[in-house]
Design a protein around this ligand. Sequence first.
Ligand SMILES: Nc1ncnc2c1ncn2[C@@H]1O[C@H](COP(=O)(O)OP(=O)(O)OP(=O)(O)O)[C@@H](O)[C@H]1O
Length: 581
Amino acid sequence: MKNSLIKRSITKVIKKSIGLCIVLAFAICGVVVTSLIPPQILKYIIDNNLVPKKSDHLLMPAALYIGVIAFTGIFDFVKEAVLTIMGQKITKEIRMEMMEKLERIHAMFFSTNSSGTVVSRFINDVDAINSLFTSGIIGMMVDCFKLIGIVISIWIFSSRIGMITLLLLPAAYGMTRFFQKRMLKAQIENRILVGRLNNHISESLKNIQMIKAYSKESYMEEKYKKCLLDNYKTVEKVNFYDSVYSPFIQVTRTVVIALIVVLSSKQLDFLGISLGMVAASIELISNLFAPIENLGMELQNIQQAISGIKRINDFNSEPEDSPKKYEKRAETIIQNREEVHLSLHNVTFQYEEGTEILKDINLSLKPKERITFVGRTGVGKTTLFKLILGILEPTKGMITINGVDVYEIPNSQKRSIFGYVDQSFPLIKGTVAEQISLKDESITREQIERAIDFAGLKAYVEALDNGLDTHVVSDTLFSQGQKQLFAIARAVVTSPPILLLDEITANLDSITEEKIVSVLEKASEMYTILSISHRLSTMIASDTVVILEHGRVKNAGSPEVLLESDAWYRSHIALEKLTWS
Ligand SMILES: Nc1ncnc2c1ncn2[C@@H]1O[C@H](COP(=O)(O)OP(=O)(O)OP(=O)(O)O)[C@@H](O)[C@H]1O
């Protein structure tokens, strides 16, 4: 845990909650000590009051007996409450640190890790660490102290019972672990099967049309039955171990107690202890099993937490984006939108060692140039946009805006330089206005209204119940075409000088597409526009078309020149005309 994220978080919380830590230490000592006192009082009552039949002084020790038990409860309550509070604070701190790490982490991390894996780091692994603290290490400490205390107390009464207890401890612990391990294995299997069952139901509901259309009902039913049966078998296993374990513990306890009673009987008098000591020993032996049982579960929690800690530390050691060298603000990089020079110098990029997606790309864009990238699917067009946006770093070469390396521009400045639109429009929780501003407080109401107007959405927004302040509760509020227009409004709201459009008209009908193209034609007067398009003929007019092939620029020039000089471009256009005619 040396210098790990978890150690850092726990130390931070402990430093901030010294008072709570002192209360916790006090409560732990209280629980251990007070739980050992009642058997001693019981012994006193029996030997000094009940056996000699002197009940006139019974009230005091009896009240003390009840009082101590009550105090054990209070200490236990305080211990649990403080542990829960501390556990929550640590969980919060770890998650905050992880979120900060996630913001710094290198973009390639997201290529190799699914969102489910990352979510599991944040939820399951952090929860496991929480239980390490709340019911793992501290619980184990308390239970170990309790066990030691019980053994010492019994030993004081009789070294022979002490010996019996010492022999009993490993046997009872071994059997408890035996059952717990099997129970846990069955529980894990059960959890997986419940997940599979839930997936099956949701998959069936999602694909109900296809199931009906292809008459797959009986297949789905069989699969469902199998899931149910497997699930039933594991539940049976859990129940079996559960039902065998409790009687086993009861019988062991009874046998040991019976043994003590028999051995201390007048006839045998093997133990040579008073009646009070016998009673106290019985109570102590009865208390012995709860910590043994807890220790097994705590060990389990600790094992789970250790693998959680390892995974979180692995996450914490993931490579980060190198710290940005430029503190410059967007206005300093681009002082005049008429003077925006975007250049790609020998840009080469590979996601994986040895597989170059883009090779030696050289381009120099003039201010307000409209440039369209075309090429076969998978040639690296979107990757090129990610490089231009400074999300990915070129393996070789550099991309600059007015001489500044885009990868070195702080993310906070990017929205004032680039507007990026693709086919998706992820909605956020909030109003229509917030869909555009993304809750950026520096964006004014006027800017939002201008962007809405620019995207041709003014009339639609005004018709909504609360206009810009309408809460977006479902994504059915917007059609696919409207979402695309909203995405444009979101991109242009900060008036960035460069717009990047990734296949934005791909899934739209021709009327909506026409609407979007007319918005973009308007934009082309004010922005440098880079677009990716499969449908060359329907996209906005371009000054330059760049044809990519095998990761390189195969050809670049005005559409008219390419129509003359590039056979692939010519045939592509001809094919499109044929399809649309
Ligand atoms: N995150 C990633 N990790 C590894 N490889 C990737 C990643 N993203 C894309 N690739 C690979 O890089 C290549 C280029 O992908 P990219 O999405 O840039 O192509 P594209 O030209 O935009 O394709 P399309 O026209 O189909 O959108 C593809 O072979 C793809 O499999």
